[in-house]
Design a protein around this ligand. Structure first.
Ligand SMILES: *[C@@H]1O[C@H](CO)[C@@H](O)[C@H](O)[C@H]1NC(C)=O
Ligand SMILES: *[C@@H]1O[C@H](CO)[C@@H](O)[C@H](O)[C@H]1NC(C)=O
Ligand SMILES: *[C@@H]1O[C@H](CO)[C@@H](O)[C@H](O)[C@H]1NC(C)=O
Length: 625
């Protein structure tokens, strides 16, 4: 070998040795040089002429020349001084590829005599090639389910240089997930793989980018890099997740059929079908939920499909399941609590019971007439019922207990004034608008014998001509009783007494029912001028009530034309026909006057024929005898 530029004593000795070697080789026609690749134009390679023992002066005359097989342009020789130098860029890799041996063969020819020498110029490798990866990135697809320690082969780099210049070491950018594993089958061929160090999670890290660096052993070292793009493939490892574990919904009981109750929100971290969610009610969903609610399997919308009734069901607890379409599927649950809110949709109900009817008019105050109970299916104020009564008198409602009332007598009854009451009991709830119910109660007042028969006047005066026919009707008494039925059934009787030697009843009698008073025998003015007695009226009540009226019967003298003490008007003359009614044609005048009342002249009525009752009611001034 020839190291022409080396200096120093050792080097000179070495040079000498090399020269000897070259001479020896020249003898056998061989000279050997070396030159690094990529050397500059003009770089010295060797003194061919000297090394081959040719005299410099002889070179030109002997037509010294160098021939290279096909690569003559890489090296050139100075024909005057026989120095070989680099002519153009020598690329070892181009020239020899990966061959470890790389040299350029030259033939040196001189004429006279013709001699051929062989010169070998070894081209030395320099580290002019970095390691090179195929492509700028490598893609890997790794399911997230792969276990730790799994290996994933990757492609290594190639270095066009040789020897240590091509000796590649690899480094991987720091990663929690992967480490680099290099298996060397021989010095230059290594198989690379990524080794999983930590479980992958696509939902957390769907993609990883790592940088793989290859460094060769040259000086200075060169490096090449490649991006490792790792796509983590999804596995159905996430269950659907509801946004809320419990959904609380309030619905009015009047909520319309078809109303959207709520939309459930669930998400699934997986992708594709692994993340597609199907909603459904739980497996054993109660009938009343099936009947009233429906869930859309894809949107998660829950709608009302029935009718709510707070009074029937106050709340629903719906279990909803979300299942993804992965294989195997994963599922999750949530709860929807539907609270039904009361609406005032029920009117109060009203019941009137235990009526003690009819009510006697002498019933004591505070007596209970009936019981009233109210109810309302609604709750809260919607179910709070207040009761009222119209008219307010003479009854009232007394609250005895929640929702129970007594209808009691509040002021005295009087059948003769009001015999029947139509009461309205109204129950009204507290809703808004409020609802009400009304019941009418007819209260009949039962009669009590609290009214005696009464006569229009306390005393009547009657005139009867003497010698009347026996049994002559001389007067009719009439008493009225305000009570009802037998309490008002009046019967008359004579209040017996003695008249001189005889009993009153031998002179007069009273018909018990009609009240007609009869003279039983002809009366005699000379014997009896005035007959005064009482008629009693009694009703049939228990106990009976009664009252008396006084009759003064004047017996008029037949021989007198007119009573001497009647100066004001001659009433009796016009009433001659009215003597004994009911007993044939009238023979005697009958008149009745009330001495206790003030006089009213009856001249206007004189032309008319007053009825008996009018006649009896007629008022005039008359002096008692
Ligand atoms: C449901 O979830 C989506 C996405 O997470 C969000 O945008 C939306 O507001 C949620 N809806 C409800 C009702 O929570
Ligand atoms: C509610 O509406 C649905 C769809 O229109 C109907 O099928 C269902 O009978 C309705 N339910 C009631 C209680 O009206
Ligand atoms: C009616 O007269 C009789 C006899 O004088 C008497 O006993 C009775 O109490 C009287 N009745 C009334 C209601 O005044």
């Amino acid at each position: 070998m020839l190291f022409p530029r080396q200096g120093g004593k050792g080097a000179q000795r070495l040079l000498l040795f090399v020269l000897l070697l070259a001479a020896w080789k020249a003898g056998s026609g061989q000279v050997h040089y070396s030159v690094p690749e990529e050397a500059k134009h003009g770089t010295f390679v060797g003194r061919i002429a000297q090394d081959l023992g040719l005299e410099l002066a002889q070179l030109v005359p002997r037509l010294f020349r160098v021939v290279s097989k096909g690569r003559g342009d890489l090296l050139e020789v100075n024909l005057q001084n026989g120095i070989l130098f680099v002519n153009s860029r020598i690329d070892r890799e181009e020239l020899c590829g990966l061959n470890l041996e790389c040299s350029i063969h030259l033939e040196v020819i001189v004429d006279r005599p013709l001699q051929v020498f062989h010169v070998e110029v070894e081209v030395k490798d320099i580290n002019d090639n970095p390691p090179v990866f195929r492509g700028r990135e490598q893609r890997l697809f790794i399911p997230e389910s792969r276990l730790v320690d799994s290996r994933f082969p990757i492609e290594g780099a190639a270095d066009a240089d040789i020897g240590t210049n091509a000796l590649i070491t690899y480094t991987l950018s720091p990663s929690d997930y992967f480490s680099l594993d290099v298996q060397a089958s021989d010095e230059l061929s290594k198989s690379l793989s990524l080794e999983l160090r930590k479980s992958l999670d696509r939902e957390e890290t769907p993609e990883l980018r790592l940088l793989l660096t290859a460094t060769d052993g040259g000086k200075p070292e060169l490096e090449g890099t490649v991006q490792l793009l790792i796509t983590v493939l999804d596995v159905n490892d996430n269950a659907p997740l509801f946004a809320q574990a419990v959904y609380r919904i309030h619905l009015l009981e009047t909520t319309a059929n078809g109303t959207l109750v709520t939309t459930l929100n669930a998400s699934d971290a997986d992708e594709g079908v692994n993340g597609e969610i199907v909603f459904s009610f739980g497996s054993d969903v109660p009938l009343n939920i099936q009947k009233n609610f429906k869930i859309d399997s894809s949107s998660g919308e829950i709608r009302l499909i029935g009718r709510l009734d707070y009074e029937e069901t106050k709340s629903y607890e719906i279990h909803v399941k979300a299942v993804d379409k992965g294989s195997p599927p994963m599922s999750n649950h949530c709860k929807v609590l539907v609270k039904v809110l009361d609406v005032n949709d029920n009117a109060p109900q009203l019941a009137v019971t235990s009526l003690s009817l009819p009510v006697r008019e002498d019933t004591p105050l505070s007596t209970v007439i009936a019981f009233v109970s109210v109810s309302d299916r609604d709750s809260g104020v919607n179910g709070q019922v207040t009761c009222s009564l119209t008219p307010h008198i003479p009854f009232k409602l007394v609250s005895t207990f929640k929702n129970y009332y007594s209808l009691v007598l509040d002021s005295a009854l009087d059948r003769e004034r009001v015999a029947n009451y139509e009461l309205l009991v109204t129950a009204r709830d507290g809703g808004s608008p409020s609802l009400s119910a009304t019941v009418s109660v007819s209260v009949e007042v039962a009669d009590v014998n609290d009214n005696a028969p009464t006569f229009a006047q306390a005393e009547y005066t009657v005139f009867v001509k003497e010698n009347n026919p026996p049994g002559c009707h001389i007067f009719t008494v009439s008493a009225r009783d305000a009570d009802a039925q037998e309490n008002a059934l009046v019967s008359y009787s004579l209040v017996e007494r003695r008249v001189g030697e005889r009993a009153l009843s031998s002179y007069v009698s009273v018909h018990a029912e009609s009240g007609k008073v009869y003279a039983l025998q002809p009366l005699d003015h000379e014997e009896l001028e005035l007959l005064q007695f009482q008629v009693s009226a009694r009703d049939a009540g228990v106990p009976p009530l009664g009252s008396n009226v006084t009759l003064q019967v004047f017996v008029l003298d037949e021989n007198d034309n007119a009573p001497a003490l009647l100066p004001l008007w001659s009433y009796s003359q016009q009433r001659r026909q009215r003597v004994c009614s009911g007993e044939g044609p009238p023979k005697t005048d009958l008149m009745a006057f009330s001495p206790s009342l003030p006089q009213v002249p009856g001249s206007a009525d004189e032309r008319q024929q007053p009825s008996e009752s009018e006649h009896l009611g007629k008022v005039s001034l008359f002096h008692r005898f």
